[in-house]
Ligand binder design. Structure first.
Ligand code: SAH
Length: 250
């Protein structure tokens, strides 16, 4: 038991700096470590993640979560940084939302997942780690995207490993404000993905603004970060009823 809790994350300040121009301060490093331990513990009850070795967790969960927001300055989001409202759709074990909340303590990050057990776990976890800028919602993106309280209220939507690209677009674009961004964290990227996303985004009031291809710093795995900009209001018929976006992708 205790040997699990004692697993230490590597401190890779140089790699953080070289790849993101940022590194965690002491408190943030401590919070990453507590997050890691909490997820290892939670993994005993819930199927949270198969990525559990310290270096893998660092690269595939922490680094990977933060690389997606590296381009925000370039994408003209700097002036908003202090007050950004972000939503992580299909957060699972809290990725990319929790590392983002730790790295940007002035943002408000909402974690959304359809599985109540996961959200209950995440609520306890963020309280235990002392992360105060996180909110949680149990629900389906299709339903939350129709609620007045949430529709077109976020600056940023983050989605990693949630589904096909057009499904992600239908979940994300209704939730973000005009001029807001949806960031899709993808592995490989194909011309097919590109066409499907372009077509879905145009129906939902958005367009692909920028796609960044990168490699993870420890194992050279391929990643693509896809930035969708919302240009106009999403038509009222979207998102469609629960389940339809995956059954009949746009
Ligand atoms: N983003 C995390 C987890 C990916 S697994 C990561 O990258 O590690 C996908 C998660 O999305 C699951 O936890 C599932 O419950 C959630 N999910 C799938 N469809 C959803 C929907 N329509 N609304 C809300 N959550 C959804």
């Amino acid at each position: 038991m205790s040997e699990i809790e004692k697993q230490l994350l590597p401190n890779l300040a140089e790699i953080w700096q070289k790849t993101l121009g940022w590194e965690p301060d002491e408190l943030q490093q401590q919070q990453f470590q507590q997050l890691y331990e909490g997820i290892l513990l939670g993994n005993r009850q819930l199927n949270l993640t198969r990525i559990t070795a310290p270096k893998d967790f660092w690269e595939k969960h922490l680094w990977d979560s933060l690389v997606g927001i590296k381009y925000l300055d370039y994408l003209n989001c700097r002036e908003k940084r202090e007050t950004l409202r972000a939503i992580d759709i299909g957060t699972g074990a809290g990725f990319p939302g929790i590392p983002v909340a730790i790295a940007f303590p002035a943002w408000t990050v909402t974690l959304l997942d359809a599985t109540r057990k996961k959200i209950n776990f995440l609520q306890e976890l963020v309280a235990a780690v002392g992360i105060e800028n996180v909110k949680t919602i149990t629900g389906r993106a299709e339903a939350i995207g129709r609620e007045k309280l949430h529709r077109e209220t976020y600056d940023l939507a983050l989605l990693r490993a949630v589904g096909a690209v057009s499904v992600c677009a239908e979940y994300a674009l209704p939730l973000i404000k005009i001029d807001g961004l949806a960031i899709l964290y993808r592995g490989r990227w194909s011309e097919e993905d590109n066409l499907a996303l372009e077509s879905a985004a145009s129906k939902l009031g958005g367009k692909i603004e920028f796609i960044e291809e990168l490699k993870t710093p420890l194992t050279d795995s391929i990643r693509h970060c896809v930035y969708l900009r919302k240009l106009s209001r999403t038509p009222a018929q979207f998102p469609r009823a629960v389940g339809l976006p995956t059954r009949q992708p746009l």
